[in-house]
Design a protein around this ligand. Structure first.
Ligand code: DGL
Length: 275
């Protein structure tokens, strides 16, 4: 058996939304091995306090580091917005979050400043105003809208469902009363699964704003961070590999997670990270 030459990358989310980021990473870094952790037992993070999110996120990050990750990707906007500094302080490996790449992706999509970006995110991410700060630093005005019902709908797999459309109609009508966005940024890694429904509802409500998912931009940031840390192995070859762990419902994770990842998830390991 040939020895692995590429880096081991830990990817973490509260559930399986971060698999949209893993999907962007898989083709980008040949020879890498990914360990994905979905903290499904403690989800949703988006309705919890900063202290609780930080405790859950740090314990998940340390688990991935202990399991051999050379770099960590916090593929959860809520954990990035509330706990990136805590995770960086607790871990000795490089840590990449999703908020800064998301703001960069919004700038690249609108291609001008000033511009207005509507950020859809969990209540905790909105309350942190992390996107407001990241967009402001790039000359973009962010209007942040909490959409707490979208995570359970995505986790339920209700991608093309009348209830999801009704919920989106309410959230987006409220948001568009306050903003005329040039772009709509999906500030939660669960939302790309319902991106088509979000675009369709924006059009129904008369907005031509482009919907942006930060997964691709995050993947590019990870590639840069690996190079900077000297972890990008020039002669690593072959397809990247991955393994998945979850803290609850491994069967559901494999079934619904494959929709987020865009390929089958043959096996999911059940973990107990405590409460
Ligand atoms: N996927 C997480 C995010 O990107 C949110 C899901 C949750 O509330 O746990 O914010």
């Amino acid at each position: 058996m040939s020895e692995r030459r590429g880096p081991t990358i830990g990817v973490f989310d509260s559930g399986f939304g971060g698999l949209t980021v893993l999907r962007g990473l898989l083709p980008l870094i040949p020879g890498a091995h990914y360990i994905y952790l979905g903290d499904t037992a403690r989800l949703p993070y988006g309705a919890k306090s900063r202290e609780t999110v930080a405790r859950y996120a740090v314990s998940s990050a340390l688990y991935l580091q202990d399991r051999g990750a050379d770099l960590l990707v916090i593929a959860c906007n809520t954990a990035t917005a509330l706990a990136l500094d805590d995770i960086r302080a607790a871990c000795s490996v490089p840590v990449v979050g999703v908020v800064a790449p998301g703001a960069q992706a919004a700038l690249a999509a609108v291609g001008k400043v000033p511009a207005e970006v509507l950020v859809l995110a969990t209540a905790a991410t909105v309350q942190s105003h992390a996107y407001h700060a990241a967009c402001d630093a790039l000359g973009l005005a962010a209007v942040e809208k909490a959409c707490p019902l979208l995570v359970p709908l995505a986790e339920e797999g209700w991608v093309d469902h009348p209830v999801t459309r009704d919920v989106l109609r309410i959230y987006l009508t409220e948001a568009l009363a306050e903003a005329s966005p040039d772009a709509v940024l999906l500030g939660c890694t669960h939302y790309p699964l319902i991106a088509d429904a979000i675009t369709a509802m924006l059009r129904e409500l008369g907005s031509d704003a482009r919907v942006i998912d930060s997964a691709e931009a995050t993947a590019q940031t990870v590639a840069q961070a690996l190079s900077k840390a000297g972890l990008m192995v020039a002669d690593s070859a072959g397809e990247a590999t991955f393994e998945c762990c979850a803290t609850d419902s491994v069967e559901k994770f494999a079934r619904l997670g494959s929709q987020f990842l865009g390929r089958p998830i043959p096996q999911v390991e059940l973990l107990d990270l405590g409460g």
